[in-house]
Design a protein around this ligand. Structure first.
Ligand SMILES: [Cu+2]
Length: 598
């Protein structure tokens, strides 16, 4: 977008809008309050919600008039403008300039109700990825590591702090094997662990494991680890805490699912196969339907298998399961036990994500959401289910409201404010061609979806995504539109609600259960602090995503924050680097700062 095409008055108005937000006490802050006095129509929160509901099903001018008090001609013209653009989008400066030209008095109301403060804003970057990639991993240096969607030994680093001029870097060396189709997760020292993969199909290299050290000279370097115990193509890797990682699933040279799991121990640099509790290994096996299975480390130290993930063509129909370690401090043995079933069990190419882990809860209950997916031969799903326990009840899958449309190859990114941005995928299933352009925000507190701005390009097979330290979300890849090299970045509504809290000095390293101070000139309006583990995404799977809420006390010029609780090996927040975000009373996040949780 170019600011040069803006009318001067609009630029001025946008500046006034943000100044008005800055000056207004946080509790009263609302875009609706910004309507100029000459034509001010007070709108309460209930009315605003009704307007948005109307907006999402494209009301006519009369309805908009009734809801907002805008005159009918203005309301109709505004909706016509929006329809002529791209349906849901009402967010570009050109759109806003047109509204301004139509009637400057209604501009703040329309901007607040139908613009970025409600709908967020997608931008397509002016530069593409240099080649096709299938893995995107945020490093604690703030760079994103991409791995190619091919056997090329070319890893790529992207600096997302410049969304105008491309800044791509290459590391000092390359791994000696293709890591296309590997699994990955962060080690406790900030290196990233990679296991299996090996290229376009299972190969002898699929037993190899590597680590990428982003702190090594010349943009970081790769080193090889010992061979895994078993050969795996399309495995998932889960950080367990205590310096250990679980490696699960994948297929062998015969394309058969690999039932035994193994654990990598950073301290000994060794892989160990997981046994059953009584020496019978089979209770620790799953006949995986899923390659790249959705696996999540619960606050209890157990592992939840969600059936989301890359999937396969077999029909084993293994139900969702929970794996319990015999001794969580020494994860060498344990057993799978089925959970109450999903109502919609086929979740191939769906996406699962652990919802925010609450601060100070006496007993941390699991909450893991599954979005979309489906049976590759039948249809895509728009259904959503959350694995949750209320009170002392046994956790079970609870159906939530449906997404706006079915999504096969779904993506979901957990934001620092606890909402989930759901996007991507094909509406018409595995062999489909109808890519989704819609995106939506899921609020786990109210169990509701809010329609967001549209993406420019649909994303199907091999998509990429990451939450960036800026609080924005990057997506790329996905083959459906032949535009998989484009990068798009989403600015969520929280970036349009006023000035962001600032973070001054803070410790480089923090500990579980120990308090630490973060300097901020905005202490009086900081309400929350969260740790967000960097994403490590491939094939509709990310086992790393977690938002951990922290207890916070406001001081003068600083906030005092208590490190995440629990007991060793601290499964609610495994050691490693996290993004620390401060959020104000309006849910506006700071830019993140990386801290090392030891
Ligand atoms: Cu693939």
């Amino acid at each position: 977008m170019s600011h040069s095409t803006l009318p001067g008055a609009l630029v001025l108005s946008l500046a006034l809008v943000s100044q008005g937000l800055a000056a207004r006490p946080a509790a009263q802050r609302s875009p609706i309050e910004l309507a100029p006095p000459a034509r001010r129509t007070p709108i309460d929160a209930g009315t605003a919600r009704r307007v948005l509901a109307l907006f999402n099903r494209v009301p006519d001018g009369e309805e908009l008039t009734a809801a907002t008090g805008l005159d009918e001609a203005s309301a109709s013209a505004i909706l016509r403008l929006r329809a002529r653009r791209s349906g849901a989008r009402f967010a570009t400066f050109e759109d806003l300039a047109d509204v301004w030209a139509l009637d400057p008095r209604v501009f703040p109301t329309v901007y607040g109700l139908l613009g970025p403060p409600r709908m967020g804003l997608w931008d397509t970057l002016p530069y593409p990825l240099p080649y096709h990639c299938a893995h995107s991993i945020l490093l604690h240096t703030g760079l994103v590591l991409f791995l190619p969607e091919s056997d090329m030994l070319m890893s790529l680093l992207w600096d997302p702090s410049d969304l105008v001029q491309p800044r791509f870097l290459v590391p000092a060396n390359e791994p000696e094997a293709s890591l296309f189709c590997s699994g990955h997760a962060q080690l406790s020292d900030g290196r990233v662990f990679f296991a299996g993969g090996g290229g376009r199909g299972p190969a002898p290299d699929s037993m190899r494991a590597f680590a990428f050290d982003p702190d090594a000279p010349d943009n970081g370097s790769w080193s090889e680890l010992p061979l895994m115990r078993l050969l795996r193509w399309y495995p998932s890797v889960v950080a367990l805490g205590g310096g250990k990682l679980l490696i699960a699933s994948g297929v062998n040279l015969d394309h058969r699912p690999v039932a035994p799991m193994e654990v990598y121990d950073e301290a000994t640099n060794q892989f160990t196969l997981v046994e059953g509790p009584s020496g019978d290994p089979s209770v620790s096996y799953l006949s995986w339907d899923e390659t790249y299975p959705g696996l999540h480390l619960l606050p209890t130290g157990q592992i939840l298998f969600t059936r989301a993930g890359s999937g396969d063509d077999n029909d084993r129909d293994t139900p969702t399961q929970v794996f319990t370690w015999t001794d969580v401090l020494h994860p060498t043995a344990g057993r799978w036990v089925p959970t109450p079933p999903l109502a919609f069990s086929d979740r191939t190419k769906g996406f699962s994500v652990q919802l925010p882990i609450r601060a100070g809860a006496r007993r941390l209950l699991p909450r893991v959401a599954v979005f979309g997916g489906g049976d590759p031969d039948v249809a895509a799903r728009s259904t959503v289910e959350v694995f949750e326990g209320e009170g002392e009840a046994r956790p079970a899958w609870v159906r939530k409201p449906d997404m706006a449309e079915p999504r096969f190859h779904c993506m979901a990114v957990l934001l620092p404010d606890g909402q989930v941005l759901v996007m991507g995928g094909l509406r018409d299933g595995g062999g489909g061609t109808q890519g989704s352009h819609s995106t939506e925000l899921y609020d786990p507190t109210s169990s509701t979806f809010a329609r967001q701005d549209d993406v420019q390009w649909a994303r199907g097979y091999h998509p990429l995504c990451a939450l960036l330290p800026s609080g924005q979300v990057m997506i790329a890849g996905g083959r459906e539109d032949e535009h998989e090299l484009t990068l798009e970045v989403f600015s969520p509504p929280y970036l349009f609600r006023g000035p962001r809290p600032r973070i001054g000095s803070l410790p480089a390293a923090i500990s579980h259960e120990r308090s630490f101070d973060v300097e901020t000139p905005d202490a009086e309006r900081v309400e929350r602090a969260v740790l967000v583990r960097p994403m490590a995404f491939t094939h509709n799977t990310d086992t790393e995503q977690r938002v951990v809420e922290l207890l916070l006390n406001r001081g003068v010029g600083r906030v005092t924050i208590k490190g995440p609780g629990g007991t060793p090996p601290y499964p609610n927040a495994p050691a490693g680097y996290y993004m620390l975000f401060l959020l104000d009373t309006d849910g506006v996040p700071s830019v993140a700062r990386f801290v090392r949780l030891e």
